[in-house]
Structures are given as structure tokens and as C-alpha cells.
Design a protein around this ligand. Structure first.
Ligand code: PEP
Ligand code: MG
Length: 777
């Protein structure tokens, strides 16, 4: 049989199978399930199970080890080793043969255990007389949760079919462990793989804050109720039928005209290719032959893939393994009839949403008021979904490995977005600590909110204008009471993403009119459509791109589709109906692009005249500074624009050649680096000299420490997410700009990776008000 561990491709078994052995394994499985049904104490049941396995496999020893807190493996039951060793013998993951199986997830099969390099002797067990050793990992949700071993006195190698049989038994045991039928969690506390345990996973902070709620999986989990095959032939037929249907559904999916031709299609093409891979299905068939039901066999092969996922760092291989995992889920849904997606409207109240990744559009579809927090296995700080979560003030963690597998729907979860911790099924004291932290934060926020009406000035009386970033009508609901000076960035594309059809001229005009009416006299900087890259419209076909972030997006796309831009400008001008209007263009790379876009504004103004409609009382047209090349055309661009808005999210990704959506790079570079800050200092000086207003609307402006650096560099207009307005105002009201400016100037020549630590220390020394936790050293 081909090796099943360490290879990425689904292995192909080409050796004849020993059907006697297979029949034996099926018999054993059936008896296992019978024992599970007998009313016994968990320990007694486990003892019976090991006895049964030993007898059936003609082994003198059969033992089960479970993984406990602190990466320890504990002997939970044995037939053949000294009974006194049970619950006394413990080893670290990585220690001894059993520990090495737990560390690597690999089978150990040796005729001479004592001379194996990983062997370690535990005198309590009396195992020195047994020479042959076979151990398999118990796998659950991509993790090793325990180890199952058999031993014999006579030195011999266990056959491939014996290995396979023990692995299959291991699959069933892992499920039985997870359901609590073999061990009592009340007696033993933490046991890996037992659903009720409470533990903590680490991730990356994407949106700060704390939250507590019930788990909801964006893609529902599949529950396997039938573990063993009643009849192997019937089970194989079920599998074949499901595979045929599932392949047809994959073909259909790829052929769908509305799939477009972008990255999305590539993903499905790759999945279809895997779906037709005979090796993968053959592997599942072989597993059914050992006695598992079709769905349990798919799950078992899936667990092998997940285990590899946990050990592979290469992003390309990881992606392929993720594809296989996806595929297994789709096949499981075909077999079990369980749905692929939830209806977002079914979302319960007080939810923590868990997903591998989400698009901004996915998030927008949910009812925000029901989401308390978000946990992603991927995710990055300046991806648009993160920006939307921040705008909605939803604490969010990213890069939480294994979150989807670790949480069951409805589990209590607590998110500490300040430190990047996810508590699964927290204990009562952790839960209480979270509830009181939420209350303290609400109180703190209430106190901060009272600052809204206070002037936005520094200790040395420098006024800083604070505006809000917005994307939806709902963002304007509290503009009046927010104390903000207006909307410094209105991301028009997000409402386009939220629709199933392209909004026509009347729809856009109505929408912009409502926004302007809500804002009253306060100014709004409307950014024209910034689609492409990670902001795709579901109803537009876009070509496949190698590097979409540097691809056909934003103003580039609009200048190639001038009708769309003109319609948007027309809608804005009509909605303004004579009121002042500010418009800005995203991702402008060179002056010529700005001029082309500006010419479209002029054509629309002429059209307005022809239609007898009023021109805006004052029209300001600006540009976003997001592409470094534009910096070297500043004299020319500053002569043409009414304002510049710095989009630090994109600027940073292009300046650092570091994809903002790539989870691998989230913490690699820091915006508080001497180079980015020097760039901003120069931009500030050039804009000031030209008399052109400069604002910052990227995420930097919303983070109090980063905002402190920005005002220290001379920025006087910040546009922030609503939830961050009060903390940013509290910061600036406690700053004296003069000394901060002088200090920052001395730092910009340093060759440090980041100035964060120095700025934190400066803030601490000078009594500058920053939120607790994240921003303090
Ligand atoms: C930016 O790039 O900083 C910006 C504000 O635009 P967006 O995040 O929408 O790309
Ligand atoms: Mg941008």
C-alpha cells in the first residue's frame, strides 16, 4: 500500500487487498459500536474496547493514550500492560514511540521497539518483553487527540492490512472519544478531541475589542451519524452514486455563465480536477471496504489531509490541501444531504461568526446587529472585510488555525481582539471576566462619548479635523451627534457589492440623495467606484488576473468603462441638486488618469446644464494618494486638484510590495516604520506648500497611536471609523504637538524596523491618552 502520510497527492492503493482481514476489521467495528451502546461506565467501556481489539488482532497488548493539557499523553486503558500504569504513565508529545506518533501523526510499525531510535522505557508498564509495536494516531478535526497501540512478544512487522485495520478502528475510537462515551470529562478535565473542553486558540488582532457569543459557522459543519457500513456493497454503491452526482454538480458549477472568469473560476476548476482524480476516490473506496460507512470513510481521508495541513508551511501545498478539504466537505454534503450554506437570515442573536475567510460582501449580507464578533482562519488587517468589520465595530480575529474544526455550532466563544485570543467554551470565571470587561468598556466608551461635543484641539491649541469613513446609509444615522466634521471617505462601491444587480441611474441618484440629506450641511467626500481586486461585484465579469491588487481596478477600470463612471458622476451631480459636492478618484497612478477622469466630470457638468439642472454651488474634485508613482508627479497633480486624501492601506501595500490581503504578511511590516512616516512627512510638506488640503482616510488614521504619529507629522485632517472617533479625539486632546513633532523628526532617520515601541513609550511618558492593552508597550 502506498504511504499515506507525508505525500500531498491522494495516494493510490494498487496492492491486492486481504479480504479476510477486511472482514475481520468490519466485524470488530460492528462489535465496537455494540459496546458503545451498552450502558457502562466510560472507563469500563474503554477497558472492554481495548480487550476486544487485542483479542481480535491477536495482540498481547492493546493500549489507548489520550492527549491531555500541557501536551501530555496519558495511558487511559490497556490490555496486557501493568494495570497499575493506567492514568499514571504519562509522556510528553514527542517523547517515546507513543509521543512521536502524537507529534507527527505518523504510524509507527516496528518489529523491535526497544531498538527504535524514539523508544523510551517506562518501568511501570512492564512492556520490555514486547518486541513488536504498532501505533496509530487518533485523529479528530485535523489534530492528534490520542494514540492507539498494539504490541506482541514475538518480533514481527504488522501487515499493511493490519495497519489499515487499526487506523480504521482509530477513526471510530476518535469519534467515540469526542462524544464522551469512552472517558468522563468531569473526572479528567481537559482531554483533546473531547468537545466540551475549554481552551484557548491564538490568532492575529484584526479589529480590537472583546466579545462573547455563540459560535455560528459561515459554512455549516457536517455531522456524521452513521459510522460503520451495514453492508459494504451497499455502501460502495452509495459512494459511487454520490461521487457521480457530486462530479456532475462540480461540472455544472464550473460551466455556470455567471461564475465569471476570475480567480473564482480558477478555484472551481481546480476543485473539479481533484473531483475527477481517481486516486482520491479509490482511497475512499478502500476505506469503505474496511467497514466504515461512505461518509465516515470520506471523513477519515479528510482527516489525513487535515493532519498534513497542520504540518505544511508551503502556501501552495497548503492551498491544494485546503482544496481537498473543501472537496471532502462537498462530497460529505452530497452523502448526508446536509446544506452547503446557511441562509444569512437564519443567524441567531449574539453570534460569533466563524469562517475560513469572508468577503466584504459575505459580511454585509448578515444582519450586523446579531454579530458580536468574527473569527477567521485566514484574514488580514487591511483586507476589505476587516475594514467593514471595523466600520461596524465588530471585534475580529484572524489567522486562528483550526477555529472551524474546534468550535461546534452554538458553543460559547469569547474573543479578546486586543490580544488575539479566542476562548472556546470558556469556563465560568473566564466568561465572567469577559462580561465585566465588556461592561467596563461600555462605561469607558460612554465617558469617551461625552467628549464628542468637546473641541477637537490639541493641548497646544492646534485644531484637528475629524471626519468619518462611511459606506452605508446607516453609517450616517449618528453623524449629527458624533461630533465629526463630515464624511471624509464614502466608499460607494460597498453598496454596489451589496446588490444582486447593477444600480441604474435613478437608483444611484436616490441613494446619493438620501445620503446627502442625512448629512445635512456636513461635507461628504464621495469616492467613485473602487472595484476590482478583493472588491468584486457579483454581477460583473472580470478577467482572471495574476496580481489583482495591482491589476485592473478602481479608476483604471472606470476609465476603460467610462459609461459607468459617467453614470455615477451624473447621479452624484443630480443628487446634489445645487448643493456643494466633493468627489475623489481612487488608485490614480499618474496625472493623465486624473485629467481623463476630471474631463468626464466636466462633460457631466455640461450635460447638467443642457438638462437645465443646477450645478453644485461648489464642486471640489480630489485624488487619493495610494500609488507611490503619483508622488513624483506632485507638482503637476497639486495644481489640478482641490484636495488629496491619503489611502494608507493601499499606499502601504504598494510601497512595501506587500499584499494587504495576504495573511502571511499581516505582521511583517509596520505602518509606523521610518520609511512610510518619511513619505507622509514629505507629502504633508508638499501639500502645505501648494496650499492643498491633505487628509488621511486609511486605517492608520483610526488607530490612536498611528493617528498620533500622523498629527505629529503635520496631518490636520483625519477620517476615521465611527467607533474610533472618540479614542482618537481623546488621544489628540491630550497631545502637545510641538514636542511630538520635534521628537518624531529625530526618529525618521533611524534604521529601525518600526517606531511603534518608541512612540508607545513617548505616549506613556507624556500622559497621552491611548486605549488600554493594544497600544501600550
Ligand atoms: C486605502 O487604500 O487606504 C483606502 C482608504 O481605500 P480602501 O481601503 O477602500 O482601498
Ligand atoms: Mg484603497
Amino acid at each position: 500500500m502506498a504511504p499515506r502520510h507525508g505525500a500531498v497527492e491522494p495516494p493510490v492503493g494498487d496492492k491486492p487487498r486481504n479480504y479476510d482481514q477486511m472482514a475481520g476489521s468490519r466485524r470488530l467495528l460492528r462489535r465496537l459500536i455494540e459496546v458503545a451502546a451498552i450502558p457502562l461506565e466510560p472507563q469500563e467501556r474503554l477497558d472492554r474496547v481495548v480487550r476486544m481489539i487485542a483479542t481480535d488482532m491477536v495482540a498481547e497488548v492493546c493500549s489507548v493514550y489520550a492527549q491531555r493539557a500541557g501536551d501530555l499523553l496519558e495511558l487511559f486503558a490497556t490490555e496486557g500492560l501493568a494495570p497499575g500504569a493506567v492514568h499514571r504513565v504519562r509522556m510528553r508529545v514527542g517523547e517515546g514511540l507513543v509521543g512521536s506518533i502524537a507529534a507527527t501523526g505518523q504510524v509507527v510499525n516496528t518489529a523491535d521497539a526497544q531498538s527504535h531510535p524514539n523508544f523510551r522505557y517506562f518501568p511501570e508498564t512492564g512492556e520490555e518483553i514486547y518486541h513488536s509495536f504498532l501505533g496509530v494516531p487518533l485523529l479528530r478535526s485535523g489534530r492528534v487527540t490520542g494514540v492507539l497501540t498494539v504490541q506482541n512478544r514475538a518480533p514481527r512487522h504488522y501487515s499493511d492490512d493490519e495497519v489499515e485495520a487499526l487506523e480504521v478502528i482509530g477513526t471510530v475510537l476518535a469519534e467515540m472519544f469526542a462524544s464522551g462515551g469512552l472517558v468522563d470529562p468531569k473526572v479528567y478535565g481537559y482531554i483533546a478531541g473531547l468537545r466540551r473542553e475549554s481552551y484557548r486558540l491564538e490568532g492575529t488582532r484584526l479589529v480590537e475589542g472583546v466579545a462573547i457569543g455563540r459560535a455560528w459557522l459561515h459554512e455549516p459543519q457536517i455531522v456524521i451519524n452513521r459510522l460503520i457500513a451495514e453492508n459494504v456493497g451497499t455502501e460502495l454503491n452509495r459512494l459511487d452514486l454520490a461521487v457521480t452526482r457530486f462530479r456532475a454538480s462540480m461540472d455544472e458549477l464550473v460551466e455556470r455563465p455567471d461564475l465569471g472568469s476570475g480567480e473564482h473560476r480558477d478555484v472551481f476548476e481546480a476543485l473539479r480536477m481533484f473531483a475527477h482524480d481517481p486516486g482520491w476516490v479509490r482511497r475512499i473506496r478502500e476505506t469503505v471496504e474496511t467497514g466504515l460507512s461512505a461518509e465516515a470513510a470520506v471523513r477519515r481521508v479528510q482527516e489525513e489531509t487535515r493532519l498534513k495541513l497542520g504540518h505544511v508551511a508551503d502556501p501552495y501545498i497548503r492551498e491544494r490541501l485546503q482544496d481537498l478539504d473543501d472537496l471532502a466537505n462537498r462530497l460529505l454534503r452530497q452523502l448526508t444531504g446536509q446544506a452547503l450554506h446557511h441562509d444569512p437570515s437564519d443567524l441567531p442573536a449574539e453570534t460569533i461568526l466563524i469562517a475560513r475567510n469572508l468577503s466584504a460582501a459575505d459580511l454585509i449580507e448578515y444582519d450586523r446587529s446579531r454579530i458580536k464578533g468574527i473569527v477567521l482562519e485566514e484574514g488580514s488587517r487591511t483586507a476589505h472585510v476587516t475594514i467593514v468589520a471595523r466600520a461596524l465595530d465588530i471585534p475580529m480575529l484572524g489567522r486562528v488555525d483550526g477555529a472551524m474544526a474546534a468550535a461546534d455550532p452554538g458553543d460559547l466563544l469569547a474573543i479578546d481582539g486586543d490580544h488575539g485570543h479566542l476562548f472556546l467554551r470558556p469556563t465560568e470565571d473566564v466568561e465572567q471576566a469577559f462580561l465585566s470587561s465588556i461592561m467596563i468598556r461600555q462605561e469607558r466608551r460612554r465617558i469617551l462619548e461625552t467628549q464628542r461635543s468637546l473641541p477637537s484641539v490639541t493641548l497646544d491649541r492646534v485644531s484637528i479635523s475629524l471626519s468619518l469613513n462611511a459606506a452605508f446609509l446607516i453609517d450616517l444615522a449618528h453623524l449629527d451627534e458624533s461630533g465629526a466634521d463630515g464624511i471624509g471617505l464614502f466608499r460607494t462601491e460597498l453598496t454596489f457589492m451589496n446588490r444582486s444587480r447593477y444600480p441604474d441611474l435613478p437608483a444611484q441618484t436616490d441613494y446619493y440623495r438620501s445620503i446627502m440629506e442625512k448629512a445635512g450641511d456636513l461635507p461628504i467626500l464621495f469616492r467613485t467606484l473602487d472595484v476590482g481586486s478583493d472588491k468584486q461585484l457579483p454581477y460583473w465579469r472580470t478577467p482572471t488576473e495574476e496580481n489583482p491588487a495591482m491589476g485592473w481596478r478602481a479608476i483604471r477600470m472606470m476609465l476603460d468603462r467610462p459609461i459607468v463612471l459617467r453614470e455615477q458622476l451624473r447621479a452624484l451631480l443630480r443628487a446634489a441638486n445645487g448643493r456643494p459636492l466633493c468627489v475623489m478618484f481612487p488608485m490614480v497612478t499618474e496625472v493623465a488618469e486624473f485629467e481623463a477622469a476630471r474631463a468626464l466630470v466636466d462633460r457631466e457638468l455640461d450635460r447638467l446644464d443642457r438638462d437645465g439642472l443646477p450645478r453644485p454651488e461648489r464642486l471640489q474634485v480630489g485624488v487619493m494618494m495610494e500609488v507611490p508613482a503619483l508622488f513624483w508627479q506632485l507638482p503637476a497633480i497639486l495644481r489640478r486638484v482641490d484636495f488629496v486624501s491619503l489611502g494608507s492601506n493601499d499606499l502601504f501595500q504598494f510601497l512595501y510590495a506587500s499584499d494587504r490581503g495576504n495573511p502571511q504578511l499581516t505582521d511583517r511590516y509596520d505602518v509606523l516604520s521610518p520609511s512610510l512616516l518619511s513619505f507622509i512627512r514629505d507629502l504633508v510638506e508638499r501639500c502645505r506648500a501648494a496650499g492643498v488640503r491633505l487628509s488621511v482616510c486609511g486605517e492608520m488614521a483610526s488607530r490612536p497611536l498611528e493617528a498620533m504619529a500622523l498629527i505629529g507629522l503635520g496631518v490636520r485632517h483625519l477620517s476615521v471609523t465611527a467607533a474610533d472617533l472618540a479614542p482618537v479625539k481623546a488621544m489628540l486632546r491630550s497631545v502637545e504637538i510641538g514636542p511630538l513633532h520635534d521628537y518624531l523628526t529625530t526618529l525618521l532617520e533611524l534604521s529601525d524596523h518600526s517606531l511603534r515601541g518608541r512612540l508607545q513609550a513617548y505616549a506613556l511618558d507624556h500622559g497621552i491618552v491611548l486605549p488600554p492593552g493594544v497600544y501600550r508597550p
